[in-house]
Design a protein around this ligand. Structure first.
Ligand SMILES: *Cc1c(COP(=O)(O)O)cnc(C)c1O
Length: 380
């Protein structure tokens, strides 16, 4: 089965092998050395002033960020399940929530965020997804962060990069907290989350809030290469292996370029079949197609071609399908996926099979490879 869901993503064999050793105790010099090495690599990936690993799924990191960095009112952008979740976390934590709501294909605008911040002086943090995985939508987080900081630099910017860190280089100049999660772009099993913090965020954390998710206790411990509670040793070993493989191999820039090319070529291939890309501003983490036959297409992909892609949730259930682009994926694997989509459409009698999808994928992918591109391929 080809696993092409945008989380969990397939775990490469070299990572599974790295995690197959005996369990080691977390309070030992051996593990501290592994922790230190992984932490150093994380600084390269996140490019933030501080980095924290937590044994929790991504939502735990969202909660840790909200409770430690917002003390009054959190502004959230609900253009999908994950943006909605930030608002729910705020309310559950006794904080006020101002929510900007959009259909799941529509990105937030700088203007509306600026207007909301100006209208609500009690807002002390903004939480937004870089890539909103519910509809595969890219929010203009960097521009929003810059505009908010221009109004009031004290306002904390929490950027959920769970399907963006490892996909593209994120400009963290105006971001105070950048979140990542193990089972998406980092190609690991679920259970580990990462927070990159600015110095301003570390200052605002102060003594911290909460108990297990208290960032003050973790900042103190992790700067000494240990954790406040039992570390997710196996996952940290796996994370170290992933990051080392990329860093000592072709580098993060190559990973970002390959991902950008794959996302662009996959979308072009599916559009050439007459399919429609759902989000107004597609994220590079996944390709999202809205189609009345989405359920039927997914079923044929799985049963006839052993390709597992994700569907939609809530009001988009049965209306979209999402193809993962995150991780170290060979171009031939995604060629097989777009080809299977074309075969599914042929089987349903929607179009004749003529190999359009794989031809357009290859043309687009390899043309962008031959063209000169800036580092990290932000221009693709
Ligand atoms: C998956 C995801 C999360 C939540 O992560 P869990 O690991 O399921 O708790 C948060 N934000 C985004 C954008 C995600 O894709």
């Amino acid at each position: 089965m080809l696993l092409f869901t945008p989380g969990p993503t397939p775990v490469p064999e070299f990572v599974r092998v790295a995690m197959a050793g005996e369990t080691i105790h977390h309070r030992t010099p051996e593990f501290e050395a592994i922790f230190a090495e992984t932490r150093a690599l994380l600084f390269k990936l996140m490019a933030t002033d501080e980095v924290i690993m937590l044994a929790t799924s991504g939502t735990g990191a969202m909660e840790a960020a909200v409770i430690n960095l917002c003390h009054d009112t959190l502004l959230t952008v609900n253009a999908g399940k994950f943006g909605e979740r930030f608002g729910k976390i705020a309310v559950a934590s006794g904080l006020n929530n101002v929510e900007i709501k959009h259909e799941w294909d529509t990105p937030a605008t700088v203007e509306e965020v600026v207007a909301a911040v100006k209208a609500n002086p009690s807002i002390d943090a903004v939480a937004i997804q870089i890539s909103e995985s519910a509809g595969g939508l890219r929010h203009p987080v960097e521009a929003i962060a810059e505009a908010v900081k221009a109004i009031n630099p004290e306002i904390m910017i929490i950027a959920d990069g769970i399907t963006a860190v490892g996909v593209e280089r994120i400009d963290v100049s105006n971001i105070d907290c950048l979140l990542a999660g193990s089972q998406k772009a980092l190609m690991l099993p679920p259970g580990l989350a990462i927070l990159g913090l600015s110095n301003a965020a570390v200052a605002k954390v102060g003594k911290g809030k909460g108990y297990y998710l208290n960032l003050a206790s973790e900042i103190k411990k992790q700067s000494q290469n240990t954790t406040a509670y039992t570390a997710a040793t196996t996952l940290i070993i796996g994370l170290g292996a992933v990051l080392k493989h990329i860093d000592e191999g072709d580098g993060f820039g190559k990973l970002f370029c390959d991902t950008a090319r794959r996302a662009k070529a996959c979308r072009a291939a599916l559009e050439a079949l007459g399919l429609h890309s759902y989000p107004e501003t597609p994220a590079r983490s996944m390709t999202t197609i809205d189609d009345a036959d989405a359920s039927e297409i997914r079923k044929i992909l799985k049963e006839d071609f052993s390709v597992n892609v994700a569907g939609g949730q809530d009001h988009l259930k049965g209306k979209i399908f999402r193809i993962n682009q995150m991780g170290l994926i060979e171009p031939y694997a995604i060629t097989a996926v777009v080809n299977a989509v074309e075969l599914a459409l042929a089987k349903m009698g929607r179009r004749d099979f003529d190999g359009t999808a794989s031809r357009v994928f290859n043309e687009t992918y390899y043309k962008t490879m031959l063209e000169k591109s800036k580092e990290n391929c932000n221009d693709i």
